[in-house]
Design a protein around this ligand. Structure first.
Ligand SMILES: Nc1nc2c(ncn2[C@@H]2O[C@H](COP(=O)(O)OP(=O)(O)OP(=O)(O)O)[C@@H](O)[C@H]2O)c(=O)[nH]1
Length: 597
């Protein structure tokens, strides 16, 4: 098609196709041939006319026709001959032209035919090519469709297979889970049954222990009541003695005073003033504790004296008071209690620092009195006493001081140096043990403390010691692995004697101030602390922390340490501690000699 278009366009421009050129050439050649033929026909006509004239000459040679006629005839004949010849030439020419035109037309028709045939052939060829192309394309499409269909079929089959295998796997999993759940349920039932039986056993054991404990408590109570009755009797006797002595002394004093008055009157002098009564003796209990707590007391006393010299107790004064108490480590709860107790009676009134100290002493005493708990040994033997606390809180020293007291009371004491980390602790205990007359069991440095405690428990039981005192290594409350070791020691003790340890004493260093609260928190949980001893109250201004932690944790308090010497461990007395810490003792004790630091 494109070829055909191209040719039509070329012929319009005057270009001839190859066939047209051939046809034109053939027509030219035919025209030339016709010319040649016409020339030949003219020459033949001239020859014929000459031959006709000579024949006539011969026929007429002897006739009488004039020469002019003869010439006219001859000229006429010649003209006729020439006309004829020209007609012949013209005719021949026309024929030749007619022929060459026909041939040209035929050639053109043929060329057009050829072109048409060629175009048709080309069109047929193109159609065939297109059809072949179409067939091939259809074949490719058909193949692709077939492949797609095969692929889809394969995918569908694969999906069916996958779903089937998933369903099978899910079914297997479900069955396995069912079986596992059933096994777990049976195991839970078994464990629950075991636990129930164990609980029954435990309850039975607890009931037995409780019955024994109750029996022991009742016995102890009877003994205590008996002791108390004896003591009351002794006290009553002593009081009666003292009263009689005091009455006698008073009578003597009055007699002497009367005598002196009489002598002075007789001598014309005025009577002498009455002497102040001696409230506390120098070196007595209150005096010792007041001196021990001097650092804690003096700063607070000075601040109160400076702030409350005849001051009106308004809101600002109460806030100042709370600040002073909080700075003395008594804690905000205690500070609020003191200020609200004081405000009840004295708000908007003039107060002195002594009135404030008395209110403080009363509040402290109210908080501490329920916790004032003497260190009483139970009936079980050996009595196991465990000492716990952070490093350097004074465990070893305190244990030694108490061991000495027990030794003095005639108790047989065994000491276990379960502080296997610090070699010096063993030496320290050995010295204390010697003073108390108590053997000291120790292990190699770094040995397992729990196994040493196990051995000590067995030895104390086998050798019938009254008391086993166990000194443990100091450990910071945030060191989990050390707290775990302490828990292990306690488990070993409990395993050997389910009622032990009978006392689990937390030794606290007063100099750490508020940090003591977090120590109580941690040891209370791990060591099931039964009571407290606070040491180093002599070396700090933070003694108020004992009140703060008692208010919060309400743990029994057995002793307080007010120095390193053996006699510097005092049985805890709430009113005495309150009087000493508040500074009231200084105000009423003439022997007191406050020294500020
Ligand atoms: N001022 C004063 N010092 C005390 C008191 N109690 C103990 N100390 C001293 O505190 C220091 C530490 O006492 P230790 O008994 O070794 O303390 P610890 O808790 O056994 O120490 P670790 O075994 O390291 O945990 C020693 O120098 C004691 O003399 C006390 O009440 N007042």
């Amino acid at each position: 098609m494109a070829e055909k278009k191209k040719r039509g366009f070329l012929s319009k421009l005057g270009f001839k196709s190859k066939d047209e050129k051939l046809a034109l050439e053939a027509a030219e050649r035919a025209a030339q041939q016709q010319q040649i033929d016409a020339q030949m026909a003219a020459r033949m006509a001239a020859i014929n006319a000459a031959a006709l004239a000579s024949a006539r000459e011969q026929d007429t040679g002897s006739s009488d026709v004039s020469d002019a006629e003869k010439a006219a005839i001859e000229a006429e004949e010649k003209r006729q001959a020439e006309i004829q010849a020209a007609r012949d030439v013209e005719r021949a020419k026309q024929l030749a032209e007619e022929k060459s035109r026909r041939e040209a037309e035929e050639a053109a028709a043929k060329a057009a035919d050829d072109r048409r045939l060629a175009d048709e052939a080309r069109l047929a060829e193109a159609r065939a090519a297109r059809e072949a192309e179409e067939t091939a394309r259809q074949a490719v499409e058909a193949k692709a469709r077939a492949e797609d269909a095969a692929r889809l079929e394969a995918a569908r089959q694969a999906e069916i297979d996958r779903a089937a295998s998933e369903a099978e796997a899910a079914e297997l999993k479900r069955k396995a889970e069912e079986e596992a759940a059933e096994r777990a349920r049976l195991e839970m039932e078994r464990l629950a049954e075991d636990a129930r039986l164990a609980e029954e056993r435990r309850l039975a054991e607890e009931a037995a222990v409780a019955a024994r404990a109750e029996e022991a408590r009742q016995t102890a109570q009877i003994e205590r009541l008996a002791r108390e009755a004896e003591e009351a009797e002794r006290r009553a006797a002593r009081a009666a003695d003292r009263k009689a002595r005091e009455q006698a002394e008073e009578a003597e004093r009055e007699r002497l005073a009367e005598e002196r008055r009489a002598q002075r009157i007789a001598a014309g002098l005025s009577p002498e003033p009455e002497p102040e009564p001696d409230v506390t003796a120098e070196g007595g209990f209150l005096d010792r504790i007041s001196k021990g707590l001097r650092r804690s007391t003096s700063r607070m006393s000075d601040q109160m004296a400076a702030s409350f010299n005849q001051r009106t107790l308004d809101r600002e004064a109460l806030e100042d008071l709370e600040d002073i108490l909080i700075m003395a480590d008594l804690g905000s709860d205690v500070a609020e209690q003191v200020s609200s107790n004081l405000a009840e009676d004295k708000f908007d009134k003039q107060v002195t620092d002594l009135e404030i100290k008395v209110a403080l002493a009363e509040t402290i005493s109210d908080i501490l009195t329920p916790l004032e708990t003497p260190f009483v040994l139970g009936l079980a033997r050996p009595q196991v006493i465990l000492f716990v606390g952070v490093n350097g809180s004074g465990k070893t020293t305190t244990l030694g001081k108490i061991a000495k007291r027990f030794g003095d009371q005639g108790q047989r004491v065994l000491i276990c140096a379960a502080d296997t980390f610090r070699a010096a602790a063993v030496e320290q205990l050995t010295v204390w043990g010697e003073r108390a007359g108590a053997p000291v069991m120790s292990g190699k440095p770094g040995a397992d403390a729990a196994s040493l405690v196990f051995d000590a428990m067995n030895r104390a039981r086998d050798e019938k010691y009254d008391i086993l005192m166990i000194d443990t290594a100091g450990r910071l409350q945030n060191r989990t692995e050390l707290m775990d070791e302490l828990a292990k020691i306690i488990r070993v003790i409990e395993k050997t004697d389910s009622s032990a340890p009978h006392h689990s004493v937390l030794v606290l260093d007063a100099t750490v101030g508020q940090n003591a609260l977090s120590q109580v928190e941690a040891f209370r949980e791990t060591a099931n602390v039964s009571g407290l001893i606070m040491t180093k109250l002599d070396g700090t201004a933070k003694g108020g922390v004992l009140v703060a932690l008692s208010e919060k944790y309400k743990l029994p308090i057995h002793f307080i340490g007010i120095g390193e010497a053996i006699e510097d461990l005092e049985i805890f007395s709430a009113p005495v501690f309150a009087a000493a810490l508040s500074g009231v003792a200084d105000a009423v004790t003439p022997t007191a000699n406050p020294q500020t630091d």
